[in-house]
Design a protein around this ligand. Structure first.
Ligand code: NDP
Ligand code: MG
Length: 396
């Protein structure tokens, strides 16, 4: 019998999903694709099913299921198609699954990712929005089920690699002074401020170092991505926002650092390619080949660092405020940001209005305690409604 781990890839058709399948395909003896999920890119999902022959595939609607089933039948592939959020949760919690890779973008990933946590699967987390929305409940569920949660986000994966194995007792107990969260600064790091009024979605999505999905690319351009990552780091490493310093490092070679009380600073370096953190988390505590070229320090040449400019990147300040406010504030921030980014990608608002919209929604929505998941979804829905109202008044 095969000893290969059975893996569900949530968001298989996306950037992280495809990088994951690339790593998995290099190690057929270790990994077996159990389920793949997609949303709009059905032709790509079909091609992935033909290539990886999963037991299950999940699509959003019955119509999409019929389409995929027709393609699978023609190709002679015996993959069962499930539908909707119920299907996503089923393939996340299925008894035969060992590991779930959570790479759906946005709030849509929360329930299926939590289903994997609650079922005690090893969870490799890319879907930072899920943790930002529901951090306290999410981490409670992790502790309750005893699941292994490993960060795929390159910065958090780097921090994890720079921490000793026993950091779960608190960063103080292992002598950590600060966490240094690196950021490239994105495509608009040096764009003259007045020009930000006129930047296009295409410019925002043209990240200098990383190739990623459209939502996270816009988040990187506004630095909301770093804000979400700050909140993500607080939950993953059980620390406060004041212990996390954001450092702009345009080359994206250092993926983050940990500063210890004795003055040592440990960093994780590598080419900016998600296959490194994916391979690390898949094989942890072992190491496997990821397909990433060795880092050539001579061609990198130099490593630069800058403090972030909050006038240029107001989203970073808003995220830090939400992190400090705690409770429901990060869920409000996340929901308003999802609406704002979609509106910017649809050309309904200008780039600087992303921050204006989020700022107003955060001011209008009072911070409430969150003790159950339903509250998270209520907060999320209210914040989206407020953001839509803002769009009605200011959007095109
Ligand atoms: P993509 O947009 O490339 O992929 C998103 C995936 O989610 C796709 O498979 C998409 O399906 C699916 N999806 C989208 N909406 C829904 C929905 N409502 N229900 C179910 N599935 C849905 O994003 P990325 O791969 O870039 O990012 C994925 C996550 O990983 C994000 O949370 C991001 O912040 C995080 N991340 C990404 C990194 C990167 O390098 N890309 C780095 C670190 C974190 P389809 O394509 O078929 O529509
Ligand atoms: Mg990241």
């Amino acid at each position: 019998m095969s000893q290969a781990q059975h893996i569900t890839v949530l968001g298989a058709t996306g950037s992280v999903g495809l990088s994951t399948l690339d790593v998995i395909a290099r190690h057929p003896d270790r990994y077996n694709v159990f389920a793949l999920t997609g949303f709009t890119r059905l032709a790509e999902l079909l091609a992935l099913c033909v290539r990886h022959t999963p037991r299950f595939a999940v699509v959003p609607t019955a119509e999409a299921a019929r389409q995929l089933e027709d393609g699978l039948f023609t190709a002679g592939v015996d993959t069962r198609v499930l539908v909707g959020e119920g299907g996503l949760c089923e393939v996340s919690a299925h008894p035969q699954v060992d590991t779930v890779l959570a790479a759906i973008v946005g709030a849509a990933g929360l329930r299926p990712t939590l289903a994997a946590v609650e079922a005690g699967k090893k969870v490799l987390l890319a879907n930072k929005e899920a943790l930002v929305m529901s951090g306290a409940l999410f981490m409670q569920a992790v502790r309750r089920s005893g699941t292994v949660l490993l960060p795929l986000d390159s910065e958090h994966n780097a921090i994890f690699q720079c921490l000793p194995g026993n950091y779960a007792n608190g960063l103080d107990s292992v002598g950590v002074r600060r966490v240094l969260l690196t950021a490239s600064g994105g495509p608009f790091r040096e764009t003259p401020l007045p020009e930000l009024e006129h930047v296009s979605p295409e410019q925002a999505c043209a990240h200098p170092n990383w190739s990623m999905g459209r939502k996270i690319s816009v988040d990187s351009a506004s630095m909301m991505n770093k804000g979400l990552e700050l909140i993500e780091a607080c939950w993953l490493f059980d620390t406060s926002p004041s212990r996390i310093e954001v450092v702009i490092h345009p080359q994206s070679v250092i993926h983050s650092m940990v500063d210890y009380v004795d003055g040592s600073v440990l960093a994780q370096l590598g080419n900016p390619d998600m296959r490194t953190p994916i391979a690390h988390a898949l094989a942890w505590p072992e190491r496997i080949d990821s397909g990433v070229a060795p880092l050539n320090l001579f061609s990198v040449g130099r490593l630069d660092f800058q403090a972030p400019d909050e006038e240029r990147f107001p989203c970073l300040r808003l995220a830090r405020q939400a992190a400090e406010a705690g409770d429901s504030a990060p869920a409000v921030l996340n929901a308003a940001n999802e609406v704002a980014v979609a509106a910017f990608l649809d050309r309904r608002i200008r780039f600087p209005e992303i921050a204006s919209m989020i700022d107003e929604v955060l001011n209008l929505e009072s911070v409430i305690a969150v003790s159950e998941l339903e509250t998270v979804f209520e907060v999320d829905a209210r914040a989206r409604a407020l953001a839509e109202q803002w769009l009605g008044r200011h959007g095109r």
